[in-house]
Ligand binder design. Structure first.
Ligand code: PLP
Length: 406
């Protein structure tokens, strides 16, 4: 979709808004399945924490995707969007045994990532098909908050505890049907991925009833022109070959699973904001916009650099701006960025706003969360309305005092 379409949507629906391009989501999905077309049984489980609007879940369901969920509420949203429980995976971390049992009772595939819960669950439900999350301790990922495979990470069962793991499985007679790893986001080097895969293959040999191997996600997407990204096609070629060889060795055609979030939805999203004020100081020109980290926290949380374009004046002369929000706390989206000349009232577009943007939005400063629009077949469809004052009051219970001055 083009900048003029975005501008038109900002006029039609108001700002700030999130816009998602359905075609881009579809093309990313198709790109991934094509890269692994040599694998007989491939399954993509969309990691819905990236962007959990029901319309997005429906769109991916139409494409044939399953879901990867990390909470019982995500499971409920997935079921609500029409997914069969068999198409939903549950990969939580640090949740209670009760929640895991509840999700299992819904018919969803559970994935266990610690020995304590594995032992407790196995003792109570010996025959249930269970997947286990291994931590291969491969250092990968961009920001340390999203790098989850390293030695100190809280995620997964350490590969060094494999003997203990096998003992628990034998003692409880558990039915281990899958092995999983997810080493973090923003993996640049596919050799790192392939190295971790070898560790998974090695671990897999300890289990006789496997049906699938789940390689998680972590594909890096480009954030600006000429940015590096995971070479999916190359990874597809190399990993497919290795996976197929492993299946022959194992004596069974296993399913290969990926659970991408960012890869499917990041580039499809644009976040549109209006410039409220231009403030010229002695050192900087600030463009203050009608948003803040309440709507898009990634630059402040992860140091991520979202490309920003002035879609009201795309051909203007470029100047340096610091783009800041309206939150009463420092919320800098971009420092001294070259952007075509900005006037008050212009609409700025943030790229790569599909993943971990709306899903991390809050009501901080008692602001409303933005609306969401899906661009499909040349038309904008409102898939979440702007919030209203009622949303801020919902679930709040005032004291039974009649006057504020009492
Ligand atoms: C967050 C997460 C993903 C998705 O990661 P992306 O970098 O968005 O692709 C996949 N699997 C698990 C278990 C996750 O927690």
């Amino acid at each position: 979709m083009q900048s003029k379409d975005l501008l038109q949507l900002a006029e039609q629906f108001g700002s700030p808004i999130y816009v998602y391009d359905a075609e881009k989501i579809k093309s990313q999905y198709n790109r991934l399945t094509k890269a692994f077309s040599k694998v007989e049984k491939l399954r993509i489980n969309y990691a819905m924490k990236a962007l959990s609007n029901i319309a997005i879940l429906q769109l991916l369901k139409e494409m044939g995707s399953g879901l990867d969920t990390v909470s019982i509420q995500e499971v409920l949203l997935g079921l609500h969007a029409g997914y069969d429980p068999e198409k939903i995976f549950y990969t939580p971390n640090g949740v209670s045994l009760e929640e895991i049992e509840e999700v299992h009772a819904m018919g969803v595939q559970i994935n266990i990532d610690n020995l304590s819960i594995l032992e407790q669950f196995g003792a109570k439900h010996p025959n249930v098909p269970v997947c286990i999350r291994i931590n291969p301790h491969v250092m990968a990922g961009g920001n340390t908050n999203i790098s989850v495979g390293h030695i100190d990470s809280k995620f997964g069962i350490s590969i060094h505890q494999l003997p203990h793991l096998v003992r628990i499985v034998e003692n409880t007679k558990m039915n281990i049907v899958g092995i999983h790893m997810h080493t973090g986001s923003d993996i640049l080097d596919i050799e790192v991925f392939l190295y971790a895969a070898e560790i998974l293959f090695d671990a897999a040999k300890n289990f006789k009833n496997l049906e699938f191997l789940d390689f998680g996600s972590g594909f890096k997407v480009p954030y600006k022109k000429d940015d590096i990204e995971t070479d999916i096609e190359e990874l597809g070629k190399k990993l497919s070959k290795r996976f197929n060889a492993f299946c022959t060795e194992y004596g069974k055609e296993l399913t290969l699973i990926f659970e991408p979030g960012k890869f499917l939805v990041s580039e499809a999203g644009s976040f549109l904001v209006k410039v409220n004020v231009i403030k010229q100081t002695t050192s900087t020109v600030f463009a203050g916009v009608d948003s803040g980290f309440n709507h898009l926290i990634r630059p402040m949380l992860y140091g991520s650099q979202h490309h920003i374009e002035n879609i009201s004046n795309p051909k203007g002369k470029e100047r340096f701006y610091s783009v800041v929000g309206y939150i009463c706390e420092t919320d800098t989206f971009a420092n001294n960025r070259r952007i075509s000349e900005i006037k008050e009232g212009d609409i700025l577009s943030f790229r790569n706003a599909g993943a971990y943007c709306y899903s991390m939005a809050s009501n901080y400063n008692s602001r409303y969360k933005p609306a969401e629009v899906l661009w499909m077949n040349g038309e904008g469809h409102l898939i979440r309305a702007h919030e209203t004052f009622e949303d801020l009051l919902k679930n709040q219970i005032p004291l039974p005092i009649t006057t504020a001055t009492a």
